[in-house]
Every structure is written in structure tokens, then in C-alpha cells.
Design a protein around this ligand. Sequence first.
Ligand code: BMA
Length: 828
Amino acid sequence: MNKSVLFAFLFIQSIMNAQLTERSLSSEKWQFKNTQEQKWLPAKIPGTVHLDLMDNKIISDPFKDENEKKVQWIENEDWEYQTRFNVSSKELQNGHIDLVFNGLDTFSEIYLNGKLLKKTDNMFRKWEVSVKELLKEGNNDLKIKFTSPVKEGKELAGKVPFTMPESPRSFVRKAQYQFGWDWGPRLVTAGIWKDAELRFWNHATLKNIKIEQKNLTKQQAELNIQAEIFADKEGEYSISINTQSNKFQLKKGENKIKIPFKISNPKLWQPNGWGDPNLYDIKVSLQKDSKILSEKTERIGLRTIELIQEKDQAGKSFYFKVNGRPLYAKGTNWIPSDSFSPRITKEKYRKLINDAKDANMNMIRVWGGGIYEDDEFYKACDENGILVWQDFMFAGSFYPADEDFLNNVKEEVKDQVNRLQNHPSIALWCGNNEIDEAIVNWGYQKQFKYSKNDSLQVWKDYKKLFHEVIPNAMKEILTSDKNTYWPSSPSIGWGHKESLTEGDSHYWGVWWGEQPFEIYNQKVGRFMSEYGFQGMPSLEAVKSMFSGTPDLSLQNPVIKAHEKNTRGWDIIAEYMKRDYKTPSDFVKYNYISQLLQTRGMRIAVEAHRRSKPYNMGTLYWQLNDCWPVVSWSSIDYLGNWKALHYQMKRSFEQQVILADEKEGILNFYAVNDGLKPFNNINLEVKAVRFDGTVLKEFKALSKEKIQESILKFDPVQVSALVSDSDKDKAFLQLTIKDKDGIIIAVNQHFFTKPKDLQLTHPSIKIRKTAPDEIEISTDVLAKDIYLMGDTHFSDNFFDLLPGSSKKIKLSKPLENIEVMSLWDTLQN
Ligand code: BMA
């Protein structure tokens, strides 16, 4: 090696040495055991004890059969995890070495080479310990002891002088849905649920990068990049942002450096439906003496977002203004996609967010009983233009507010806000799910015989946690106060009249209140953040509930066990009786239960959208499942679209034509959520018999402009379109066209409930037009076509109009496709 080559080699080496490196410990060999037992077994990190017990064939899959009951003992046990990892002398030469746990579930003690390093008590926090002094060259032993969260929770609950509902779950800073929910099994996990790593660094390290958007115009985005740096000695350092480099004098300890940064001709981040969600990479590099010490890249979007609440005649508006324009929010609620969240893959996150985008959604609410989701979730939302309503993880109970608990929450808020704040998708931070409502509406105080003082204490604790501690912790972290904090969803509980005139609203009169679906037409709030109805999952998901041969019958105890709402089956049966003929055959029952769910949600969404701009958001309950289950979801645990998801895609189209029939009068509304206003649109209405005969046809011209984005056409009497005797034999075909005759939207309106329709036997034909495409046709109306097969159909559960055909794409080719329609369920 000549001198110059040697010099270059040493120079590169010194840079390498200086740079921060992270070494994951997840790929080391891990073992686990019950503390009561001797034998260590292989374990996987990140993971949970249930998954490890399954891998070691100690328990059977709790998602199958009635196994959930058999694994309840796990939550009462204590568990230990250990690994031995090698540290090289070169690694030891680094100035600083931190041991980082991105997530420990939940009560644990961390031991390194026999020494207790830290005790943890919050699944949602990140734990970092400096370990340079404790590490040695060669083998090092790391052990984490987890104590039962249920035992720990009970002990904490014992300190409160009155009984708290849902005890002990609310005492434990851990995903609340694991304690069992009305769509989820009780599987209280323990373990190293996120990656564990060693971080090697020298001199100084970038702790956080915070990007403040100061000003945004067409010409320029003015940003402040705030770098939070920890330095072990004072001195001159340089910080470069993309290609712009600056020198700074850093002090020993923590430093906060603000660097102005400009982007000219910025391309905005737009929500789905409004354009591209453009993103920019901001690479921050910390250097000393030309050596890179630490680097971080943040992917940001340039956009403004405000929550607008203005007093009006009815109450107070509630909507998001994005990039200066009111946005009608369309979407759903998100729960964790698995009871064992560490096994949710990046692909699963991507697929679900894509499915949301595909269904024309622009907002998802991350519900407070789950987890702060993985980075991949937020990245996918950023990239797909999906705004996130982010709850903090508190749901449907009372929570303590002693000093330890509050301090713990404060750190959790800081960790999570630090992690997530640069994502352009984050629209709002919300304190909790249904806690205000639980305190005011659910009668726990009476049930647990609270004294007046106990009740006052609960309210005081609530205010402390959600009106003081959380928003104040957020303020400490955020670079600007433009981030909105909303204490509770809903802001006013269901049943109170203000819940429909201000704030966000959860409407549960349908399902919980067992009111008819049609009530949705009246109960429209300013922003509907929850409402829902259950439907069965795909047949494939039902079959996956069984370890052996599935027995598809409603009476089967396995199927019964996969419905978590105590009155669930009865409620479904009751609503089904109201609107459909209840089939005795299981496959047909499954199909009708999905149509039933779809019917309810369609009525709700159409009512919400017709009420624009009074109503400015509709998020149905819920997108996904955490196991195979009968639930409110539109996509089942296996990722299959239920009938509901296909319908939401239609109902969430940017431009829709909607009919509202009341007391023999029909009103038609054209709704437009796009950026381009309607321009001279025409409505065509056709009354069509199921056999295709056109009974009446007219064009509606005159219209009332409620706003740029919503037009109301002149009302029409039903009797002018169909006679009473034709009401069960005909439907309305609604079409809006632009001035050039191009179709903007279509819809159908039926005059009777599905069970009363006088459908005739359709002759449905399927023709293969390509390996991954079919054409389906019918002679007479084929209502609610259901294509069956192990593939994803680009459309399904749709009405095929008399004498029409439609092409459908398949995600994978299929030999045999079975089909049924509503007609098949109306026969005795
Ligand atoms: C809502 C949610 C969940 C629940 C759902 C269905 O209120 O916040 O807690 O699963 O209702 O009951």
C-alpha cells in the first residue's frame, strides 16, 4: 500500500469510526422462559410471549377454535428473555454506547452482565441507557424480566380508594385492546415488542429533528429546521441540511439549534383526491472536523392544516382546512391489525393504507385503545395522502392521575410526539377515545357506588390528564402551536343534543341503540368520527377460525366465539329481519350479513354527504380487524374486502349523486369534494323496471346551489315516477353529466326494503376476457352480485343493471368463479 492510499484508507476509517452506528440486537440468539421454570426456549425479537409459546408448540393458536380461553393463564405469569451478544474491541473504542429499547411490554427489569440497568412500566415509551462502562470485549449477557401486567395493574388499582371500571387495564400503560374488546380477544401480552439496538457514537449525536413550517406560499416554503443535539464537549461543529452547510458553536450537553431553510416553488402535499402528496427529504448531517458524527433524514410534506370551529346558527362548525380550503373528510377508524402487533408486516400496513386510498378515503382515525402505530403506517399515510387523526392511547374507562402515572404519560407523549410530528399526514392529536363520554354517560359511578367526592375526583383527574398534562407535554415538544389538540373523541357524548351541533360525534343509536338505519338521516353531526354496524368476515376468514375441517353453522361454538359483542348475533339477526329475508344457509347468511352492514353504512354516509357543509366529515367504525371475527370492519383479518369496503369506495367517490326520499317526495343532491367546482351539470332520472323497461325519464335542470360543492335539484313526487304497484318492481337510475354529456356519477335508488323487492331470476353470465379479467352480464336486474373465489375482484357486491355487462379484474387468475345475487336469498 503506498502512502497516499494508506492515508486515504486511514481517513475513511476515521470517518467510519466517528459516525454513529446502530446495531440491532434483534438478530441475536434470544431465549425465554417462565420464571417458574428452568428450561430456556428459543425466542424471536421483536415479539411477544404468546408468539414464542406458539412457536415452541406450548400453546395452540389462540385465534383458532376456542383456544383463546385456554391461554388466559399467560397474563398472570412472569417471563424472562435473555441473549448473549459479542462486542468487539473496536466497538468498545466508541466514546458512547447506548442500549436502546424501542418498546418493552410492559413491566420489566433490564439486566446487563448481571447488573440492574433500568425498570420499565410503559409499553409506549422508548428506553435508552448508556452502557459503555458495563460492556466488555467478548460476550455480554442481557436479560429482561417481565412481571405480569395484570398483577402489577391490580396492585396499582388497589391504591385508589374507589373501584375503577375496567380495572386493572387503565392502570397499565399498555395497549388497552389486549384486555379484550367488543371485536378483540383477551390476549394480554408481554415481551420485547419492538427492536432493541446498540448505538455507538462519538462527541455528539442528533437526538431529534423537528421541522417547523413558518410560511408557505406558491413561490417559497420557509422552514425552520430544529436540530436537538447532545454533545459531550463544547466546540465548533457543522450541520448541513441537504447541500446547505453551517458552522455552530455547541455547548456541552443538550443543544437546540434552529436553522432557516427554504424550498422554492414548493409542490404541496395534497390529501387523496386533491392531487399528489408531494414529499421532500430533509437530510441533516452533524459533523466535526469534516467527520460525519450523526445523520438523520426526515421526509416531510408542505401543507397547511387547521381545525376550524366557528360559531354559527346551529352551533359550531368543525372541519379541517387543508392548504387553505375546507376538506370534507372521508374515511374510517383504525384498530391494530393484529392482537400480536409485532408481527404486523410492512406489507400489511402498506396494503391496508392502499386499500383506504383505493376506496377514496382521505382520513383515518387511529383509535385510542390500540397502539401508536409503527413508522411504516405513517409513512404509508404520508405517501398516499391519507390524513391521520391520532388519538393518544386511552379508551373507554376512567384513568388514574397520581404523580407517577402523570409523569409516565408525560414521557410517553414526548416520545411519541417526537417520533411522529414531522409526518405531513398527522392532522390532529386527540387525548382519548370516549372517556369524557364514559364519565358523563355510562353510569359507572352508580354501578360502583361512588360517593360525591369520588365522582368529583374522577372528573378532576380527567381534567388534569387530558386538559393539562397531555397538551402541556405536547407544547414542550412541538416547534409550533399550529398542531391541534382535541381532548376527547367524541367531544360530547351520544344522546346529548349538542353532540350533533358542535364538535365531533360518535353516533351509536344504530347498533347499540338498535334504532333503524333510517335514523342516520336525522342524526347528522358536524363531523362523524364514529358510527358502525357489524358484518361477518369473508368465508375464507370464517374458515380460518378452525384448526380442522370447518363446520359452517351459526350454532357452531367456534364461530360463536368469534363474535365479541355480547349481543352481537342477536342484533344482527334483528336488523336482518327488518330489511332482508333471513337465509338458513350459512353461506347465504354470511353474504346477507355483509349486505346488511353495507346497507346501514351507505345510508349513513349518504346522509352525511348530503348535509355538507353542515357536516364536514364521515369516518365509519372500523377499517380492519385484529383476528378473524364478526365485526364492524370493512376489511377482514386476512385482508379481504367485505361488501362494505366495495360500497365505501363507491360512496366516497369525489362526485356523487344522492337521492333522499321523505314522505313521497324525492330530493336529489349532487355533491362534489374535488377542487374543481361543478360546471353546468345535468341530472338524468330514469325509472326502470327490473326487466329493463323504462317507465319514466326526465332531466332535472333547475337547482339550488347550497355551496360551490353541493347542488340541490327541484324536488319530485315519487308518484310522478312510479305507481304504487311498481315500487317493488322498479328503481331509479340517477346520472349526472357535465355540459359535454360526460358522465360524472351514477347511483340507484330503490323504493322498498330489499326483502320486499320483487326480483326476477337473473341469468348471469361470466365470460373470461383475459387471464385476469372477466366480463359479467345479466338480462334483468341482478341485485348485489357476489362473486366468489380465492382472488381479489376489482369490484364485487354491486348491482348489475338490466341488460348490462361489466368487466372485472382479478388479482390472480381463477378457473371457477361462483356467483350469487340477492334473488338467490329471496327464494324459500
Ligand atoms: C366505539 C369504539 C370502540 C368500540 C366500538 C364498537 O365506541 O370506540 O370502543 O369497539 O364503539 O362498539
